[in-house]
Design a protein. Structure first.
Length: 361
């Protein structure tokens, strides 16, 4: 009989509950420990989620002294870096929530730590487990679009601003760009097989978050709620990226891949004030091309599936630990996602185009 995989959870907020719920569905996994910097919060989390026998800690380093196979890092964004590196250096495999980090340098240091330790560092982009996302990548990689020269991605919620730790730069590092923008970037960059970003010219604002009319915590709001950028990628590809937590508009448009032989348009699923970004599923996929001199469009079959993409993300981490497989969504790859976010923030702050230079891992 295979040994039970021993797991720890660092951080005990809402996303940690989702991780705990996924682990509890697995017969070959036991959550052994939970840590949170707020005294008593880890013990409360253990009781609330029925994690019988799990130990509670106020210091994640104490949790890392427990014999664990892996940890889920579910802290505010600013702590992903330190907790992930500490876990890797303690010989634990790591599933960290998105965004990977706050800065490019932090992401690089995390990837280097995983390489030194010979352990898994995987990043929590659950939309990859939507079968439709797999189809989109397959079409893009098939060559039937020809030479891809332009990609447009992103999205916006008409009213989708969070509160708490998400709106504080000292805890989140960034706002909409990192929170939901990282999903849109992963959707496009993963389909392209993650080309290296070269330069970025960006603009960001927070007119809605800082207004008492639109946000109940406006006095504490110091991150961006809107961002747009033009990103040059290697291979002669340009990426038009846009993201918004709030806006007077129903949508910022579909994701598009323009190629010399055909184009692909992908719309997100859902409707209402919280829809329109890629943290959910795919609504439709359409291939545009010329056939026998006629302009044609072909709707591709979108699966209305019962795949629980968050569970699949966590399960993939466990299977990789159990079977000695590589990281499902490797941190070394997602460094490029973080590099774009880092460049966006720098460019918006400086009001000019900036170069993106990624150190060797």
């Amino acid at each position: 009989m295979a040994a039970t995989i021993q797991i720890g959870i660092i951080g005990s907020g809402g996303i940690a509950g989702a991780h705990a719920g996924a682990y509890k569905q697995m017969t070959d996994v036991e959550v052994k420990a939970v840590a949170d910097v707020i005294p008593g919060k880890a013990a409360e989390f253990i009781a609330r989620h029925g994690l019988t026998g799990a130990q509670a800690f106020d210091d994640h380093n104490k949790l890392l002294e427990v014999a664990l196979d892996g940890v889920s890092v579910c802290t505010p964004n600013v702590a992903h870096h330190r907790t992930s590196i500490d876990a890797l250096e303690a010989g634990k495999n790591v599933l960290t929530e998105k965004p990977m980090a706050v800065t490019l340098q932090q992401a690089v240091e995390m990837a280097r730590a995983a390489k030194r330790a010979g352990k898994i560092l995987t990043v929590g982009f659950q939309p990859r487990y939507d079968p439709n996302m797999v189809m989109v990548k397959r079409v893009v990689q098939s060559g039937q679009l020809g030479k891809i020269y332009y990609v447009e991605t992103g999205g916006g919620r008409r009213r989708g601003m969070p509160g708490g730790t998400f709106i504080r730069k000292d805890l989140a590092g960034a706002g909409a760009l990192a929170d939901i923008g990282c999903y849109s970037l992963d959707m496009a960059l993963n389909a392209l097989d993650y080309p290296k970003p070269l330069t970025v010219s960006a603009y960001a604002s927070n007119y809605f978050g800082t207004s008492p009319k639109y946000h109940g915590e406006s006095a504490k709001f110091d991150v961006e709620d809107f961002g747009v950028a033009l990103v040059r990628l290697e291979g002669g590809i340009v990426l038009n990226f846009k993201i918004s937590w709030a806006m007077h508009m129903d949508t910022l448009g579909a994701t598009m891949f323009l190629g010399t032989d055909a184009g692909l348009k992908v719309t997100p699923a859902g409707s209402g004030p919280w829809s329109g970004v890629w943290d959910g599923g795919v609504g439709s996929v359409t291939l545009y091309h010329d056939l026998l001199g006629m302009h044609t469009e072909s709707p591709l079959p979108v699966q209305r599936h019962n795949v629980q993409i968050f569970y699949e993300k966590v399960r993939d981490f466990v299977v990789a630990i159990r079977d000695g497989k590589p990281a499902p969504i490797p941190g070394e790859q997602i460094v490029r996602n973080q590099a774009v976010i880092d460049g966006l923030l720098r460019s918006a702050a400086e009001g000019r185009e900036v170069a993106i230079e990624i150190p060797a891992i």
